[in-house]
Design a protein around this ligand. Structure first.
Ligand code: HEC
Length: 176
């Protein structure tokens, strides 16, 4: 499993550990389920990568950790990921904010159908995870806990600004 492949000098491994040691805590989404996200414009088609992905030797630590965190999705086979942005926030999104309040963007893991939500409240990003029925699924896996989302989206400030991360690592190796 993923901890076995963690290297101890890696900052994200420390981020990965607490949720695993604390599995009994009950996670709840903070961002609410944004009705109508299905019709938001698609800004990127990406993917969560299969567990056996061989990354290029120069892949950043961030890339490696992002792949490891979600390699459990779809039994390790990866999934298409569709990123959609609230049409009212498209201009802000292109510049990574600043964002007005309300739902900002979703990343949809098409298999098995996870809706990852980023919303802004008082200018700060908050996160949530839902299934296609709008049911909160943030308690089903440690990596779906909003605290876990927040740590990655906040720690890598050179990649994620104001809580949004797109246009980065994944596209450098996503195509076959
Ligand atoms: C290991 C780091 C990491 C974690 C943990 C993480 N994300 Fe992300 N997130 C990313 C990256 C990288 C992208 C950009 C993906 C791309 O460009 O293909 C992204 C993109 C997104 C997007 C699309 C909008 C954007 O540009 O940021 C949303 C929405 C999102 N994440 C929500 C979440 C939620 C909700 C969680 C927790 C359930 C979460 N993320 C956990 C790294 C992470």
């Amino acid at each position: 499993m993923m901890l076995g492949r963690c290297s101890w000098f890696s900052p994200l491994c420390f981020l990965l550990l607490p949720p695993f040691l604390n599995q009994s805590s009950h996670a709840e989404s903070i961002a609410s389920y944004p009705e109508g996200w299905e019709s938001w414009p698609v800004v990127k088609e990406s993917q969560t990568l299969p567990a056996d992905t061989v990354l290029p030797p120069d892949a950043s630590l961030f890339t490696q950790e992002a792949v490891e965190a979600y390699s459990w999705i779809n039994d390790g086979q990866g999934s298409p990921l569709t990123i959609r942005v609230n049409p009212e926030k498209l201009e802000a999104y292109k510049k990574h904010g600043p964002y007005s309040d309300g739902p900002t963007a979703v990343a949809v893991s098409e298999i098995p159908g996870f809706i990852w939500v980023t919303e802004h409240l008082a200018g700060m990003p908050v996160y949530g995870s839902y299934n296609r029925k709008g049911e909160d699924i943030s308690g089903i896996h440690p990596t779906l806990d909003p605290d876990f989302c927040d740590k990655c989206h906040t720690t890598y400030q050179e990649i994620c600004r104001n809580g949004t991360c797109t246009n980065l690592v994944l596209e450098t190796y996503a195509s076959p």
